[in-house]
Design a protein around this ligand. Structure first.
Ligand SMILES: *Cc1c(COP(=O)(O)O)cnc(C)c1O
Length: 481
């Protein structure tokens, strides 16, 4: 699996070479303070020209392969009946064993359709953990989300290799309490995004299937982050250490009734789709594709992207490709820990998750602990991560702040994008920041949208801490960028 070094050093080795490059810009720390202020202390609102390493997300920013680029040139441009769509549809059937495929422009578009078709006022959707857009599309249709994760899921320094597992007892209890008729569907998310890219096991998925069969419920499987989850099953679930990635994928897909994905994450391109073997479900969802997405043979995607997804899904079955992300994340987490920086363990997929609660124990959640840390990391390094904490929640009906279960900053690891020296640079700057953490202060909203406020909301620093931090940076680093 991994290549050993004669020196005994344990570092991940890129099993690909870089053939197209993009010049990066690292602005001086004074400009970084200004840029952060202009962006309302919200890393989503930074302009990419001011960003050195874009670690905001893995969405739509994964590097394409030579094979993907080549396939894009062959795309068949037609509104209806495109050969490109047929190729993608066949690839979905080959890999996931699902006959019917509905294309959509991204993951939340699939969630919109699932929400409109299956969620009516009063319906409940149990899930291992919510994702922002998945929850929004359930609540906007009058439903509620019931999270049935293991208690261990919220333990940030755990030894549990499958923190993304559904707690089966809690699942059964919620179905009994609400009544099976009131359950819209059960949703399992692979590589649970908001708890740090933590995987679920095949064994757990089998147990969920059993419960769904017992109560005659649909199992909807969000496979946006499947690539990382597959790697973790292969390397952490004993029964699957000799199974091929393809076989694991097929076994998981067979356990679900409907699966959907964001191809901005899965498949190294941009797009999405829903797949099922049920003709009835296919027909129920189909009309919404033409209403919201486009004709059934593109669903809002360009034919070029569909070609790239087809090849990208194939590459997702290649262990050497999907290993790179989790291995780099493990490396970054280990290096940060060596320097005392609190990170989520075990390292998950998607990105390195820093525990802002322990990093900034002097900043209360009401002052957006993780948001403040994300702003400070940008100022210290030019790398932008994403706040995953109270800023990403929304207030309740009475305007009361919903405090997040955890305050994390996610430094995403877009697949196949960064080199190890870049990761070493960001580790170095975060370690410096940790040693100067008492300089960091809290924030408050000055512009606060009601829905998904973390995308557009603007904040202000409660004191002039960003300037003080930059001053200390100059003292310690001299003329260095
Ligand atoms: C990103 C993501 C989505 C939404 O996909 P988009 O393409 O961003 O709309 C849904 N579920 C999970 C688990 C995700 O990570």
């Amino acid at each position: 699996m991994t290549v050993s070094f004669y020196s005994g050093q344990q570092i991940p080795l890129e099993m690909h070479k870089v053939r197209i490059v993009q010049k990066l810009n690292l602005p001086p720390v004074e400009r970084r303070v200004e840029a952060m202020k202009e962006a309302g202390y919200n890393t989503f609102l930074l302009k990419n020209v001011d960003v050195f390493m874009d670690m905001l997300t893995d969405s739509g920013v994964n590097a394409m392969s030579d094979r993907q680029q080549a396939a894009m040139l062959e795309a068949d441009d037609s509104y209806a009946g495109s050969a490109t769509f047929t190729k993608l549809e066949q690839k979905i059937e080959e890999i996931f064993g699902k006959k019917y495929f509905l294309p959509a422009h991204q993951g939340r578009a699939c969630e919109n359709i699932l929400g409109q078709v299956y969620v009516t006022p009063g319906k409940v959707v149990p899930m291992n953990y919510h994702f922002t857009t998945s929850k929004a599309h359930i609540t906007v249709n009058g439903g509620t989300v019931e999270e049935v994760f293991k208690d261990e899921a919220l333990n940030l320094t755990s030894e549990d290799l499958f923190k993304g597992n559904v707690d089966i007892d809690k699942l059964v209890a919620i179905i009994e309490e609400k009544g099976a008729d009131n359950i819209a569907f059960v949703r399992v998310e692979s590589g649970t995004n908001l708890i740090g890219g933590q995987p679920h096991s095949v064994e757990n998925m089998k147990a969920v299937r059993k419960v769904c069969d017992q109560y005659n419920l649909k199992l909807v499987y969000d496979i946006s982050l499947l690539a990382d989850n597959l790697y973790f099953i292969k390397t952490r679930e004993d029964a699957y250490k000799d199974a091929s990635i393809r076989d694991i994928t097929r076994e998981l897909a067979d356990l679900s009734d409907i699966l959907y994905f964001s191809a901005r994450k899965l498949g190294f391109a941009r797009g999405g789709g829903i797949a099922t073997n049920s003709e009835e479900d296919y027909l129920r969802m189909r009309e919404f594709i033409t209403l919201y997405e486009g004709f059934l043979t593109y669903g809002g995607m360009s034919v070029r992207e569909m070609e790239a997804i087809t090849v990208g899904l194939d590459e997702t079955m290649d262990e050497e490709y999907i290993a790179q992300g989790p291995q780099f994340i493990q490396y970054m987490s280990d290096e940060l820990q060596k320097r005392g920086v609190p990170v989520v363990t075990p390292a998950g997929g998607l990105g390195c998750h820093i525990d802002a609660t322990r990093f900034l124990s002097h900043i209360p959640q009401e002052q957006y602990t993780a948001g403040a840390l994300a702003a400070a990391i940008y100022i210290a390094s030019g790398a932008r991560g994403m706040e995953r904490g109270t800023m990403s929640e929304q207030r309740d009906e009475n305007g009361v702040e919903t405090l997040a279960h955890m305050e994390l900053v996610r430094m995403a690891m877009p697949r196949r994008v960064f080199t190890l020296s870049q990761i070493n640079y960001v580790v170095d700057r975060i370690a410096w920041l940790y040693d100067n953490r008492e300089l960091i202060g809290g924030m408050k909203f000055v512009e606060e949208p009601k829905v998904l406020r973390f995308f557009f909301g603007k904040l202000d620093a409660l004191t002039d801490w960003p300037t003080q931090l930059a001053k200390k940076f100059r003292e310690d680093f001299g003329e260095s960028l």
